[in-house]
Design a protein around this ligand. Structure first.
Ligand code: HEM
Length: 398
């Protein structure tokens, strides 16, 4: 056996010597143009989701308005440079606080987007902001079956970094975290991944249950998108116009139990065919579900407790949302259960009207819920985008 091993090893060594090491193999792909930082809306919401997510929440270490303004200015100019693929200050003489750590040196920006927002606590901490707390930012009330880890939820500020290169998303978060020193301290961070190849091919990406996830999402650029996602003129408070609210749920998915379920049970729990994504009432992925359809024994084809029925706007006072979640895999818990699932993220114009009632309905009636555990929760107000010379949050703090 030892001889066989040595032979095999010898063979491998020769192969390596004769070919280009994989680390150095050329990948001739034209990098996509960087995502624009400035604009009416912050990037990272209506922009195509790249493959990697680093979502970080911070607690404010100050109640001083001027310090928060200082931080937002620093974050905005850093975000603008990072999204263009620039490093921050690289001069060796710079103070450690300003010096870039450099792990993305030479890398393209990889569609990096940085999105910044305020948690409810920011408005409580800073006396001048108490009266500015938006009604659309109400925290999500406890739901039956919640197993929320407080240390992994909440937060006064949030930074969402998305990129097609995990190193780029990590680096950008690292720089913003460094720039926050003394003003805000990291509270939690979650890393997620998505099925980017599907996204690049214009197909709906799949989640860890193997389902096409995002089919019924409002589409950026269509008439229906803006009133669902962006705070509109006339909504309160005025400084949020052009912004959105972000609801985050860390949802553990019981993959082992799901894998044991029959395909027909999986399809019925969702109300769609897992493989094609088509509603069980027939047609293709993008056909409208017929919620009144019945089979030959009079049973609803899309069952009463199917996820897509319970979540559909028709049964929720027309409440809609933009879902922009990422899968996560954090290995195994202390009791050896797999900690994997969905970092569910929904962007809405108003949390208590568009998100909370749908979440409550799903908690109470969704057949898929039996396979899910909600393990953390957070809400943030994402102010509108900024223009050159301005900074993120300047409609509130400028
Ligand atoms: C791990 C948890 C979840 C998984 C795996 C999941 C998966 C899916 C899938 C596969 C679809 C069908 C395809 C599509 O339209 O995207 C869907 C639809 C939907 N989900 Fe979820 N979902 C989860 C949690 C949630 C939560 C927490 C909410 C909101 C509170 C939600 C809201 C919706 C809505 C609004 C739809 C579209 C319904 C329609 O109009 O057809 N989902 N989900």
């Amino acid at each position: 056996l030892a001889g066989v091993g040595a032979l095999a090893l010898g063979g491998t060594a020769t192969a390596i010597a004769e070919t280009v090491p994989w680390q150095r193999a050329a990948r001739p792909e034209k990098p996509p143009a960087p995502v624009e930082f400035y604009g009416d809306h912050q990037p990272g919401i209506a922009t195509t989701p790249p493959s990697a997510l680093v979502l970080t929440a911070f607690d404010l270490a100050t109640n001083d308005r001027a310090s928060l303004v200082d931080l937002l200015k620093r974050w905005s100019s850093a975000a603008e440079a990072l999204m263009r693929g620039e490093l921050l200050d690289t001069s060796t003489g710079s103070s450690a606080r300003l010096r870039d750590s450099g792990e993305t040196r030479g890398l393209p920006p990889a569609s990096l987007t940085l999105t910044v927002g305020f948690g409810p606590g920011a408005f409580d901490a800073i006396p001048e902001l108490v009266r500015e707390k938006p009604p659309g930012l109400s925290p999500i009330p406890p739901m039956r079956g919640d197993a929320l880890d407080d240390a992994r939820g909440g937060g006064d500020l949030v930074v969402q970094a998305c990129a097609d290169d995990e190193m780029v998303a990590f680096h950008a978060t690292r720089q913003l975290t460094r720039l926050a020193k003394g003003i805000a301290t990291p509270r939690w961070s979650q890393r997620g991944f998505g099925a980017t190849t599907d996204v690049r091919r214009g197909q709906t990406p799949r989640n860890l249950f193997g389902q096409k996830d995002g089919t019924a999402n409002p589409q950026p650029g269509t008439l229906g998108f803006d009133p669902v996602v962006w705070v509109q003129p006339g909504d309160s408070p005025p400084w949020m116009v052009g912004g959105a609210y972000l609801a985050v749920r860390r949802i553990r998915m019981d993959l082992d139990r799901w894998d044991l379920a029959a395909a027909s049970q999986q399809n019925k729990a969702l109300g769609r065919d897992t493989v094609t994504g088509a509603p069980l009432s027939g047609g293709g992925e993008f056909s409208a579900p017929d919620f009144g359809a019945t089979d030959n024994v009079g049973q609803l084809t899309i069952p009463a407790d199917a996820h897509i029925r319970v979540a559909n706007p028709a049964f929720n006072d027309a409440a809609e949302m933009l879902r922009r979640g990422y899968s996560y895999d954090d290995g195994y818990t202390d009791d050896r259960r797999r900690d994997a699932g969905l970092i569910f993220m929904a962007y809405v114009r108003d949390v208590p009207q568009q998100f909370t009632p749908v979440l409550r309905a799903l908690t109470e009636r969704d057949a898929m819920h039996a396979f899910l555990t909600h393990a953390a929760s957070a809400v943030f107000a994402i102010p509108p985008g900024c223009q050159p010379g301005g900074f993120l949050g300047d409609t509130l703090l400028g």
